[in-house]
Write a protein that binds this ligand. Structure first.
Ligand code: FAD
Length: 601
């Protein structure tokens, strides 16, 4: 076949795909208009999925079962008034893909609602002669992408005004920024606690929809959250999934960004995205005024002074590493060497020629062990619980394979976040099978030295461990191989009687000597700051933060919580980039009185 024939075939195929998708969208809109539950249900496969992110429900929620999906859509349609469903010409065109072993047509579409512009993803599968145009939707998603009248100030809608002009005799941009950031005569609408990836992302998004936002960060500089981590750290995920909103990393940057480079980027990002931020400032206390509907938020500065602000919203972006967790360890108080938590570990250099015990088998423990070992420290890892181990390359990359398919990051974000919790589970199970094959030698080697290895309770691997409890796995950077070769030691906690002045005393009576013990035992969850700053009663009212909700979504993350004016954002750079947008839209929607549903009724 020559070049011209090929192009003609491709054109024909894209025309056919457009026909099929448009046929389905038309039938869908008609069924919505007619309030016809049966007609809607027949457009979905029996195992159909729908994930809604704000567009219909002002919530992050999923349904399976076609009848339930149809009912959910129709219940909200009178208020939502969704219409004008069509293929989105600004996105990747419909294409044939294989997802979870199933051939389907994947299409990105757009629509309008009463309050804003929506987008969504559709996966159509052939359904014989039933369903619209012989296809039914296996996966449908609907996202609210912007609010009418409050579109982000970007592209053709760039910001204008005095501060961005030749404002002779008036304030220039620098003056305006300085005044905005000082908060001398007013308080912000939103207080963001934490100035790392989650806090910067939500602040950048809120800026674009015109919500006055202040980020407070307890460290002296934005980016310190990464700078203060151990010397040899580089990111685990490759650069193409790690962008912050609006500003991609330069394409001259390395695939795995070193921590100080990322810290530098965060500092730059805060400036160029015009993010109001106070460093050396810790949020210590919040009290809700139910009548006035704002918080009294106490901010403590490094010089000991305090400022009480009255924001209507507090966004907790304080991460999972605010408070180090050090479990009770028998005899550790008798140990005469150094004891440090992984939070305080900087480099293995001071331990050259010494002996270290690293308690824990997660990523931090393993990276610290590698660092210690590379500086000539005799290093032993102590394992308590069973651990999932995944090679950074090639295995850990599998979960992000979508981002290597070619479509722009924004399209991949939409596709990735269209997955309902059951689909996420299925995808992870599939990926784990492949990972286990790829990492076969490493896994067998680890088991051979008595390492307790697992792939998660339901074979969903490290990603579900991350979603459920934020830990329990090692993204392996090379420590496993060294353990297998015996260059890094492995000790089972079950073999330990107790810790002693020289190191650790084993049940067989022998002593494993050490000069330093590193507790790589993790951190309190993000909600700990809520308990400490807002009090037990408020923490109980809000409930679980992170982990799975009843419907499998992340508990209280990126969505309204049981307490008005309390929001949470956390997770990977990818999650911060994606969900900051929807969190900002909810806060803006609330400020403008647009939200007409209560997710808790
Ligand atoms: C070795 C390693 C590699 C990693 N690689 C990747 C990767 O490639 N991609 C990825 O997405 N993730 C990666 N991660 C995970 C990443 O570290 C976390 O996802 C990230 O730190 C979470 O960001 P965050 O903004 O939610 O929280 P954090 O980074 O923990 O930041 C929270 C901020 O809040 C501040 N803060 C806390 N309490 C207060 C308070 N009361 N007042 C004021 N400020 C407060 C803290 O000082 C901190 O700056 C990696 C982690 C490690 C250890």
């Amino acid at each position: 076949m020559n070049h011209i024939d090929q192009s003609v075939l491709q054109l024909q195929e894209s025309f056919e795909l457009e026909q099929i998708v448009t046929g389905w969208l038309d039938a869908f809109e008609q069924a919505l208009d007619n309030r016809d539950e049966a007609a809607l249900a027949i457009l979905l496969t029996d195992d159909g999925h729908w994930r809604d992110v704000l567009a219909f429900t002002w919530h992050l929620t999923s349904r399976t079962d076609p009848r339930s999906i149809a009912r959910g859509l129709l219940e909200r349609q009178p208020a939502v008034k969704a219409k004008d469903f069509q293929i989105n010409p600004d996105r990747t065109p419909p294409r044939h893909v294989k997802r979870l072993g199933r051939d389907c047509i994947e299409a990105l579409f757009r629509f309008e609602t009463r309050v804003g512009r929506g987008e969504g993803m559709l996966r159509l599968v052939a359904a014989g002669d039933s369903g619209a145009s012989g296809y039914r939707a296996w996966v449908l998603s609907s996202f609210l992408e912007s609010l009418h009248g409050f579109e982000e100030k970007r592209g053709a809608n760039r910001p204008t005004g005095a501060a961005y002009s030749r404002n002779f005799g008036g304030d220039n941009w620098e003056d305006v920024r300085r005044k905005a950031q000082a908060y001398e005569d007013h308080d912000p609408t939103v207080l963001v606690v934490g100035g790392a990836q989650a806090g910067l992302s939500i602040a950048a998004r809120l800026n674009q929809v015109g919500v006055d936002t202040l980020v407070v960060e307890k460290w002296p500089r934005i980016g310190d959250s990464w700078r203060k981590r151990y010397h040899s750290l580089a990111l685990h995920n490759s650069i193409n999934v790690n962008n912050l909103p609006y500003v991609p990393f330069p394409d001259t940057w390395p695939n795995y960004i070193p921590k100080d480079m990322l810290g530098l980027w965060f500092e730059f990002y805060a400036q160029v995205m015009e993010i109001n931020h106070w460093t050396n400032t810790e949020f210590t206390k919040g009290e809700w005024d139910e009548d006035a509907k704002y918080w009294f938020a106490t901010l403590k500065q490094a010089d000991g002074s305090e400022r009480v602000m009255r924001p209507r919203h507090i966004v907790f972006a304080n991460g999972v590493s605010s408070y180090p967790l050090a479990p009770e360890i028998l005899g550790l108080d008798t140990f005469t060497g150094d004891v440090i938590h992984s939070e305080g570990f900087n480099s293995g250099a001071p331990y050259a020629g010494k002996r270290a015990l690293i308690i824990g088998t997660g990523s931090s423990a393993n990276d610290i062990a590698l660092d210690m070992h590379s500086f000539g420290c005799e290093t032993t890892i102590v394992q308590r619980g069973s651990t999932t181990v995944v090679s950074i390359e090639p295995s850990a990359k599998l979960n992000y394979a979508l981002y290597d398919e070619g479509p722009p990051v924004e399209d991949c974000d939409l596709i990735a976040s269209s997955a309902t919790p059951p689909l996420i589970l299925e995808a992870y199970k599939g990926a784990v099978q492949r990972m286990v094959e790829l990492d076969k030698d490493m896994i067998e080697g680890l088991k051979g030295i008595g390492f307790k290895y697992d792939i998660g309770e339901d074979k969903t691997g490290h990603q579900m461990k991350y979603r459920r409890r934020g830990g329990g796995y090692n993204l392996d950077a090379g420590s496993s191989d060294l353990m297998i070769k015996g260059e890094i030691g492995l000790l089972q906690n079950d073999d330990i009687e107790r810790y002693c002045p020289q190191g650790t005393l084993l049940k067989d009576g022998s002593v494993v000597p050490a000069d330093v013990i590193v507790l790589a035992t993790g951190y309190y969850p993000q909600g700990e700051l809520v308990r400490r700053a807002l009090g037990e009663e408020m923490a109980d009212k809000i409930g679980q933060v992170w982990g799975e909700d009843d419907d499998g979504e992340l508990a209280n993350m990126y969505k309204r919580t049981p307490q008005q004016g309390v929001w949470f954002i956390a997770g990977s750079l990818t999650q911060a980039r994606i969900y900051s947008k929807y969190l900002a839209l909810q806060i803006k929607g609330m400020e403008e009185g647009l939200i007409d549903t209560d997710p808790f009724t």
